[in-house]
Design a protein around this ligand. Structure first.
Ligand SMILES: Nc1ncnc2c1ncn2[C@@H]1O[C@H](COP(=O)(O)OP(=O)(O)OP(=O)(O)O)[C@@H](O)[C@H]1O
Ligand SMILES: [Mg+2]
Length: 253
């Protein structure tokens, strides 16, 4: 059993420069992401430096346009920084080729999106099997078991259009988990759900956290953010982190 010390609670403070890179599974060092658009350059993320340790559950909060999805896309290796260094599992993602990065992403990261991004003409189980296909090889029994774990054992043959929003989000969670990635990235996982389905997804995330997954979750919902151990708040692309001065807790894994 390993032990990881984490701060929780405490006031909002700018943590630029204070990272815990020694035990980080995600480490950003002066990461900036700019977009060159028609209206000029937008600095969506500005000089972000912080770390997330293995097994931690972090909520990313901030107003619309503050850079949350930009940050999650960078951590998920769907995008690359304009400047600065991003390490996942101690590997500088800039050092990898596109093919290596695809492999790395499939091994390390599961994605849960607000808009689900399910393939409309594939059934629930086929959507999950597609993630297996991109990782290694398909295994229908395993994909069915993943859907059973999220309470959808009786919906495996349904198309996304035949599922409720909450059920579609649970298919996404099964798809994100099927290759057992250590890191889960969730961008507004409950943004399109009613209270009952939000509670189901919250419970699933709590289970995953208990099982040792590192969770980085964007949310506008204070209740969801309250489930996380730590908040990283964004404002106009600048990062403000909990905690400094918060109590130390020990996570046993
Ligand atoms: N591809 C792009 N090209 C140009 N500007 C972009 C691009 N993507 C995002 N931006 C800009 O970067 C800023 C941050 O966008 P981002 O999507 O990260 O915000 P967000 O915090 O996720 O917002 P929301 O809560 O609405 O999802 C915004 O001002 C947005 O207009
Ligand atoms: Mg967003």
């Amino acid at each position: 059993m390993s032990e990881v010390k984490v701060h929780i609670g405490g006031p909002l403070v700018d943590l630029s420069g204070t990272t815990r890179a020694d035990c980080a599974v995600i480490a950003l060092n002066h990461v900036t992401r700019e977009y060159a658009g028609h209206g000029g350059v937008v600095r969506a993320l500005a000089d972000a430096s912080f770390s997330i340790v293995a097994g931690e559950w972090v909520a990313i909060t901030g107003p619309s346009g503050s850079g949350k999805s930009t940050l999650v896309n960078l951590i998920g290796c769907l995008d690359r920084p304009t400047a600065g260094e991003l390490k996942i599992d101690n590997i500088n993602v800039a050092s990898m080729s596109a093919t290596e990065l695809d492999r790395f992403r499939a091994d390390k990261i599961g994605f849960i999106f607000q808009q689900f991004h399910l393939i409309p003409y594939l059934s629930a189980v086929e959507n999950v099997m597609l993630a297996q296909y991109f990782h290694s090889m398909t295994d229908e029994a395993e994909a069915r078991a993943a859907l059973e774990r999220v309470g959808l054992g009786d919906r495996v043959s349904h198309l996304p259009s035949e599922l409720s929003g909450g059920e579609q989000q649970r298919v996404c969670i099964a798809r994100a988990l099927i290759n057992n990635p250590p890191i889960l990235l969730a961008d507004e996982p409950t943004g399109n759900l009613d209270a009952a389905n939000q509670a189901i997804v919250a419970e699933l995330l709590q289970d995953l956290h208990r099982n040792g997954h590192t969770i980085v979750m964007v949310t506008h919902d204070p209740e969801m953010a309250g489930l996380a151990q730590r908040k990283i708040a964004l404002s106009h692309g600048k990062v403000f982190c909990h905690p400094v001065g918060g109590p130390m807790v020990t996570l046993r894994r």
